[in-house]
Write a protein that binds this ligand. Sequence first.
Ligand SMILES: *Cc1c(COP(=O)(O)O)cnc(C)c1O
Length: 478
Amino acid sequence: MQSTSAMNAVFRNLPSVDELLRSRAGAVIVAAAGERHAAEVVRMVIAELRAEISGDPSAAVTKAELFERAESSLSEAWRTEMLTGSHRVINATGVVIHTNLGRAALSVAARKAIADAAGYCTLEYDISTGKRGKRGQRAEQFLAELTGAESVLIVNNCAAAAFFVLTAFGSGGEVIISRGEMVEIGGDFRVPDVLSQSGATLREVGTTNRTKLADYEKAINDNTRVILRVHPSNYRIVGFTAMPSLSELAELAHKKGILLYEDIGSGALIEPEKFGLTDEPLVNASIAAGVDIVTFSGDKLLGGPQSGIIAGKKEYVERLRKHPLYRALRVDKLTYAALEATIEAYRRGTETEEIPVLRMLAMSKDQIRERAEKLIASIQSLRSPISDLKFEIVDGVSAVGGGAAPNVVLETALIAVSHARLSASRIEFALRNAKTPVITRIVDDRVIIDLRTVSEDDESEILKAFESVSRSFVRNPA
Ligand SMILES: *Cc1c(COP(=O)(O)O)cnc(C)c1O
């Protein structure tokens, strides 16, 4: 153990805040984040270094050594900080609607629309009259046309839409729901919690697997406001099951003068069977069956920006538009712009080509395999090919994601990457830390790349990532 005075002498060798701010690493942070934040990072680094050397008093440490250690910690701290926040990544996981990676990738037209609307735009302005215009009108009109609904209102997301509808129409009364639909969608959207927040009283009917029309009918009383139907999204009850059809429910609700509301979640606007999605409901079908209000997400199967679409009878939708809560839940100009551009593709009939979610779902295994073969060949012909990396094409499945179609099997051809000596997690780490991070999965100690969710334009980023992988392996071979 060193004496206190010897320890103090080592502490005196620690660099000062000023010295580190003027170092090369310090100057980078000052330029990017300002003097004040840089000083905070520097102080944290010095405190850590101080703790390290007092934990290891035997090491005699010179001023120069400490400076070097501090500067390298400073670079590392800044690098880590730079990885936080929002960054573009390549989604090579094969999960099409990947909530952690931003749900739906937007179409080229939607991206351009966002950029155009980012300055001043006609959010509430009518160019033809030069007067005030109606917010969201074009996107809402398009959506009404496509869904067959009388009216549409757009809010922040589907959770907001559900909360809004239940608050506006269920608050202070009873909402009837089948026990088979009391589900958690994922994250923290749980049907019973949303109901209790809305101020409505929950009235459960039927059983988990079977609920009959008569169960609903018996539960209706003077206090009943809403019959709620929830699409269970990422959950399925199979086997001995029963539930009334939407049109039966609609008939019952209207006979009793109450509202039928369906939270459909994913909200397919075109035949989901086209993409092999056998049990995803079509918004049009619900509207046609007589449901008063249907809600769905803008960034699931629709393939647009985060938003919640409320579609239904004019009488109810217009009551929502005038409700004081609407102001708190409405979306911004960027969302309207992206939604309009996305919906325009549906109107033209070019949605499968233009909208990434649909394009990815429609890709065949053979198309994916062909791309995988080409990409492997390109990686292997890199200037400095990575020795001992092995690439194989294996059969596998992609996922729709976003809580949609949990049972659907989307067959795909995967690139499986392994290395003679290095672990899969080493490769996964290197790809994730590339300049444009490539997000992959590990299965059976192999890194798995699914090109279904990678646009062809982004394959070059995977190539670049492998270039940096090879450099990192050369530097740290073990
Ligand atoms: C996904 C989902 C939600 C939540 O939608 P967000 O747009 O993420 O808020 C609500 N209800 C159902 C049935 C869903 O599938």
